[in-house]
Write a protein that binds this ligand. Structure first.
Ligand SMILES: Nc1ncnc2c1ncn2[C@@H]1O[C@H](COP(=O)(O)OP(=O)(O)OP(=O)(O)O)[C@@H](O)[C@H]1O
Ligand SMILES: [Mg+2]
Length: 208
């Protein structure tokens, strides 16, 4: 039995990660491959419990180091209980955000070094990295418009950061992608959702 493929979707808020995750899951499953669709923080019982601690409450609920540890702990449980078992049985795992989001958010905005974040990932998740990471890129104003429509009821703790933070975040994602070009692919998320799905699927074709 061959190990499954581990694919992550990354990018700022409102770029369409969750929309694409759903569409890709259906498209890959239609090819007869078992797909596990999951997300971070969360994706296992323990990690979903930690997700509640991370997503609810005021912006300053956690200091940067505690927050980085909580994300790493949630990810460790997610990897141990959900992701590795699925890959080992040959399933593909599609994950909405993974360690790179910690590197962009806790590193870029929170002041924790990338070396420290990767050390936490090394211990917690034995350094597991995706086989392929798609970075969805979108103009900040377009992402904000999409979010305004979707979140008429109000954003969560992670989605309430200011505009300059979003700009730094986008730059940090592009920097990570440039540093590891074998793993990352940059996707124009400004097109209609179906066209974005097709663009990603065409890049997965050789694995199907
Ligand atoms: N290609 C697209 N064109 C237009 N609208 C889109 C597109 N993709 C997604 N949307 C819409 O934009 C909104 C945000 O999409 P989605 O929730 O998938 O983004 P996200 O990246 O998962 O956001 P978050 O970071 O907040 O989880 C949704 O209302 C969705 O229907
Ligand atoms: Mg989402």
């Amino acid at each position: 039995m061959t190990r499954g493929r581990f694919i992550t979707l990354e990018g700022g808020e409102g770029v369409g990660k969750s929309t694409q995750l759903r569409a890709l899951t259906a498209a890959i499953a239609a090819r007869g491959v078992e797909v596990v669709a999951t997300r971070e923080p969360g994706g296992s019982a323990g990690a979903e419990a930690i997700r509640g601690l991370l997503m609810e409450g005021s912006d300053d609920r956690w200091d940067a180091r505690s927050e980085a540890l909580l994300f790493a702990a949630a990810r460790a449980d997610h990897v141990a209980r959900t992701i590795r078992p699925a890959l080992d049985r040959g399933a593909w795992v599609l994950c909405d955000r993974f360690v790179d989001s910690s590197r962009a958010y806790q590193g870029g905005g929170g002041g924790i070094t990338d070396v420290d974040l990767l050390a936490l990932h090394g211990f917690g998740s034995q350094g597991l990295l995706p086989d392929r990471t798609f970075l969805l890129t979108l103009q900040a104003d377009e992402a904000a418009e999409r979010l305004a429509v979707r979140d008429a009821g109000g954003a969560d703790r992670m989605g309430s950061k200011p505009a300059d933070y979003q700009t730094r975040l986008a730059a940090r994602f592009l920097e990570m992608a440039a540093a590891e070009p074998d793993r990352w692919r940059i996707v124009d998320a400004g097109k209609p959702a179906e066209a974005v799905t097709d663009a990603i699927m065409s890049q997965l074709e050789s694995w199907l």
